[in-house]
Design a protein around this ligand. Structure first.
Ligand code: UDP
Ligand code: MG
Length: 315
């Protein structure tokens, strides 16, 4: 097997027929040595049915059905683990990432790159809010992260077997896959492309899911938030010293210590700071707990290739 295409799908019944058509055209040059893996991430619509229908007329297609919804990054991981190709191409089901870019990515890989990722030079059809938050997120993440993570990239990319194996060797449960590839190293290059609007269906990343995704990325690639508490403690020491000087001064000069306003301000500022640092600690501890439980990332309940064992476990 030369090329594996991996696509996570959650409630994408509308997208699948068009996706399969466009994809089979894009991979035509590698036709006999390619597989298309569609992972059904616990869809509640007829996604699995659509995959089975598509599979009937397209022998290269493999469907993998997860036992429940596990989220985009884990569904993608399930597909990557099932992939058998030497080169692995990842994209979303909604055709926001043009499959035709595969030819250019292949070209770059032929020139010795291990990872060729797509960089979004423009996002069409997305709300100002999504564009702005995504822009800020990638810049903030990079400022915090211990490894440089390419900005404005998604999971849309072509990777070779050795870089994929490096990522699959990482056992973590909170998986921020684009960051994991960055951390894995090897030779990487980006190709710019214009991100099209979603062809059909609607986004599976509402604001809450986006926040969770952002915090997952942040906690997985940086410990800097944990250091915030130490920094805040210096601010608090400084403020306490200044206030002490002020209180002693006014005691001597006015024979009384005025200033309930400063007390209220100090109390509310520091209770806010304490709750914030507690919250940050909680985010990290919660993730430690999930890692410590060490549950398998997913279970496969059905697959059309009959090659994945009944219960596929990670590690
Ligand atoms: N997805 C998934 N499981 C989820 C959420 C999303 O498999 O829990 C898939 C979805 O079907 C799509 C991809 O992840 O193929 C990206 O989702 P979407 O296009 O909705 O995200 P957006 O482009 O709006 O950020
Ligand atoms: Mg999308």
């Amino acid at each position: 097997m030369y090329l594996s295409v991996v696509i996570p799908c959650m409630n994408e019944e509308a997208s699948i027929p068009g996706l399969v058509t466009r994809l089979t055209q894009a991979i035509a040059p590698w036709k006999d040595r390619a597989e298309i893996i569609l992972v059904d991430d616990g869809s509640t619509d007829a996604t699995w049915k659509a995959i089975e229908v598509a599979q009937a007329s397209c022998a290269q297609l493999v469907g993998v059905k997860l036992s429940a919804n596990r989220g985009h990054q884990i569904a993608l991981t399930a597909g990557l683990e099932a992939a058998q190709g030497e080169r692995i191409f990842m994209l979303d089901a909604d055709l926001q990432d043009p499959p035709e870019l595969l030819v250019d990515m292949m070209f770059m890989m032929d020139r010795g790159f291990d990872v060729v990722y797509g960089r979004r030079s423009e996002r069409q059809g997305e709300t100002m809010f999504k564009k702005a938050t995504a822009h800020l997120f990638y810049r903030f993440l990079n400022a915090m992260s211990d490894v440089p993570i390419p900005q404005d990239t998604g999971d849309f990319r072509l990777v070779n077997r050795r870089s994929l194996d490096a990522v699959l060797a990482m056992p973590e449960k909170a998986r921020f896959i684009r960051g994991m590839f960055a951390w894995a190293g090897f030779k990487q290059v980006g190709i710019e492309y214009i991100r099209a609007p979603r062809a059909l269906g609607e986004t599976k990343y509402p604001f809450r899911a986006m926040m969770r995704f952002a915090i997952d990325a942040m906690t997985a690639f940086s410990t800097k938030p944990l250091k915030l508490a130490t920094r805040l403690s210096f601010v608090s020491l400084l403020m306490a010293t200044l206030m002490a000087v002020y209180v002693i001064y006014s005691l001597i000069v006015y024979q009384t210590a005025p200033g309930w306003a400063s007390v209220v301000l100090a109390v509310s500022f520091f209770s806010g700071a304490q709750l914030l640092t507690l919250g940050i600690l909680g985010e990290y501890i919660g993730r430690l707990y999930v890692e410590a439980k060490d549950r398998p990332l997913y279970f496969v309940s059905d697959d059309t290739r009959d090659m994945v064992p009944d219960v596929k476990r990670l590690r």
